[in-house]
Design a protein around this ligand. Structure first.
Ligand code: GLP
Length: 253
């Protein structure tokens, strides 16, 4: 069961469970892939999209959903981690999705965390997105402090793919994927807010009660760089898909 409403120009869909919310996002992605030639997907990492990626893998195996014609661009990568580092976002994407579907490796783009010239890597990433025709559907998660990709509070609206420093809060939250806090890289390459806002359509998936305050700040708080996710309210086609726990602090709930 779901509730659908508009808040601050964002289409918000609330599902009873995180599984239902993940299924809804898998449906959006499936629809985009199956209806658009040469579909370009923007993809996200983190714990939240794992269930959704599993559903896409199952659809590939059981219903023939094909990624052969799909190009992907991931939001971000840790600086200092090579593609084969187990905690790199490249390794995450291979393990969660790419290794299990028929996407072509050369069409899956993730910034390199070990580029010698980081600023060249960033400008080249922007050019690749443009050359691919832009992103049709960008999947996003939400950080506890309102960050999107690795655009931490204070990131400018006009920011592009660049090197950023992670906040202590983000380092601590992401430490669960590493041996300890010390092993979490301090810097990352991330698509900028302006890069993300250029996607034709944005689908954000947020689950769990620990994100309820961030969801409320994003859609009901002030629009501004202090809550990067609130800047999505400047985009005409954003869908926020949440479970009841993440929606708990919204007026709609
Ligand atoms: C990281 C990623 C973000 C992601 C966020 C939330 O910081 N760079 O793109 O949205 O974590 O992650 P999780 O889904 O694990 O809560």
């Amino acid at each position: 069961m779901s509730i659908e409403t508009q808040i601050s120009g964002i289409s918000v869909k609330v599902y009873s469970t995180s599984s239902d919310a993940s299924e809804a996002v898998a449906n959006e992605i499936t629809q985009e892939i199956t209806t658009r030639d040469h579909c370009v997907l923007g993809l996200a990492t983190g714990g939240t999209p794992v269930d959704c990626y599993q559903r896409l893998v199952e659809r590939h195996r059981n219903s023939g959903l094909s990624f052969a014609d799909v190009t992907t661009f991931n939001l971000d990568e840790y600086i200092g981690l090579a593609a084969d580092h187990p905690q790199s976002y490249r390794a995450f994407m291979q393990a969660q999705l790419f290794d299990h579907v028929d996407v072509r490796r050369e069409r899956t783009w993730i910034p390199s965390g070990v580029a010698e010239d980081v600023s060249l890597e960033c400008t080249t990433y922007e050019s690749r997105i443009r050359e691919a025709g832009g992103i049709d559907l960008q999947l996003l998660g939400l950080g506890h402090n309102g960050h999107i990709a690795f655009n931490e509070p204070g990131s400018p609206l006009e920011s592009r793919t660049r090197q950023v420093e992670l906040t202590p809060e983000t380092i601590q939250k992401n430490a669960r994927f590493f041996a300890d806090d010390e092993s979490v890289p301090r810097h990352a390459i991330t698509m900028g807010i302006a890069t993300i806002l250029e996607a034709r359509r944005i689908v954000m998936l947020v689950t769990g009660s620990s994100k309820a305050a961030a969801v409320s700040a994003m859609v009901e708080g002030p629009v501004g760089v202090e809550c990067p996710a609130s800047l999505l309210r400047n985009h005409p086609q954003v869908q926020l898909i949440v479970d009841e726990a993440a929606a708990a602090k919204l007026d709609v709930s």
